[in-house]
Design a protein around this ligand. Structure first.
Ligand code: GMT
Length: 376
């Protein structure tokens, strides 16, 4: 198949999922065309069968805001006509599903049928999509997509609650490539990252408000009173300034290290003992799954789709959003009990294996074939 993939190129989960999916499809022999404003963070464009097309949003003095959707529709039309794409798969509804719909209409005039598949990732529905400024357009483009997928049952439920949806939504959960993670013995040998006498607590995110990074700090503050521990923060984002003030105020600067954006996340993760994810909203929690694939248990909130990934009392603990005290108590319990920690680490990996890309990616491939069958 010749497949077009539209995604945001940044470090967000939707871009990661789109990129990993595309690279795997290319490995399976499909021709994959990425369409994005810049090269997606994890994309290896040197792979055979991978093509990259940049969305050029021209600036013009008359425009206060650049017309991204228009530029995207146009490039989709051009790529479909030039390379003869069979379908387009857009990740994130806003405005990708909308732009794809218009590309489809333009192509229809030229006698080309372009099936559009939309994958909903979370913030496109729960935070931005339901805003009155976007709602009718998001609802319309979901209903007009040939197929719609959601990364969790919870997100599917929220989509039906927020919008008047007449289309079906198929849940295809996010996935992980377990083969990219260091093995247990390799993990045990990673001793150059951190001091192995301390317990390593880790948080990975784009440090946005919705991640409640201040709760991460408050939970860790309680942990380090009881356990010899260090907090590693991976990622960059708008909340960092506020959070670093909190770290200063609590006087725990020597116990918290911010690594910023890293290239060897999986190696760093496998040095950790506990992952904290107290998010306000999370349609799935890919960051938690990545931690689990590195054998790291998770103490999280019970927001959105997190309970579909992190299992209470098995791979970690789930507490209500904002329950810092509860999260700290469970973290201390786990970090102090070596047997429980060992068992949870094992369980976390077992759970991550259920989301292995070998199991999940064929679901997308089947979906593509069934769409093509329908339009034939
Ligand atoms: O969470 C973010 O800040 C990024 C956001 C995105 O759109 O990339 O992540 C969403 O999609 C991920 C991949 O499907 C999910 O794992 C995240 O849970 C989801 N984030 C939210 O729902 C807040």
């Amino acid at each position: 198949m010749k497949i077009g993939i539209v995604c945001y190129p940044t470090y967000g989960g939707s871009g990661i999922v789109a990129t990993e999916l595309g690279m795997d499809l290319a490995e399976r022999g499909h021709q994959v065309h990425f369409i994005s404003t810049s090269l997606p963070a994890r994309l290896n464009v040197t792979l055979t069968n991978i093509y990259f097309h940049k969305v050029n949003v021209e600036s013009y003095p008359l425009f206060e805001f650049q017309p991204y959707s228009l530029a995207l529709s146009t490039i989709i039309v051009n790529v479909v006509e030039t390379y003869g794409l069979d379908l387009i798969h857009v990740h994130y509804a806003i405005p990708h599903a909308y732009a794809a719909y218009f590309a489809k209409q333009i192509l229809k005039e030229k006698g080309i049928d372009l099936p559009v598949i939309t994958t909903l990732h979370g913030t496109d529905i729960t935070l931005v999509g339901s805003h009155p400024a976007y709602k009718p357009a998001v609802e319309f483009s979901i209903n007009k997509s040939d197929r719609v997928t959601s990364v969790s049952e919870d997100l599917k439920k929220e989509t039906f609650e927020f919008f008047n949806i007449t289309n079906e939504i198929e849940v295809i959960p996010n996935f992980i490539d377990n083969s990219q993670f260091p093995t247990k013995s390799e993990c045990d040998c990673v001793d150059d990252c951190f001091d192995r006498t301390e317990k390593i607590v880790i948080h990975v995110s784009n440090l946005r408000k919705v991640k409640r990074v201040e709760d991460v700090i408050s939970v860790f503050y309680e942990i380090q009173k009881e356990v010899d521990a260090r907090l590693i923060i991976v990622g960059e984002g708008p909340e960092w300034e506020r959070v670093s003030e909190q770290i200063n105020m609590l006087g725990i600067n020597d116990k918290v290290k911010n690594l910023g954006k890293v290239n060897d996340l999986y190696r760093i993760l496998c040095s950790a003992d506990l992952f904290l994810l107290p998010s306000e909203k999370e349609s799935f929690g890919l960051a938690a799954l990545e931690a689990m694939a590195a054998r790291v248990p998770v103490v999280s909130s019970n927001a959105g789709g997190i309970p579909e990934v992190n299992i209470e009392g098995e791979t970690g603990f789930l507490l209500p959003i904002g329950d810092v005290k509860g999260m700290a108590e469970k973290s201390i319990l786990l970090l102090k009990d070596e047997n429980m920690l060992k068992e949870f680490k094992h369980n976390a990996k077992e759970r991550a294996l259920l989301f292995d890309k070998k199991k999940i990616l064929p679901l997308y491939e089947q979906l593509y074939y069934s769409v093509l069958e329908k339009v034939k």
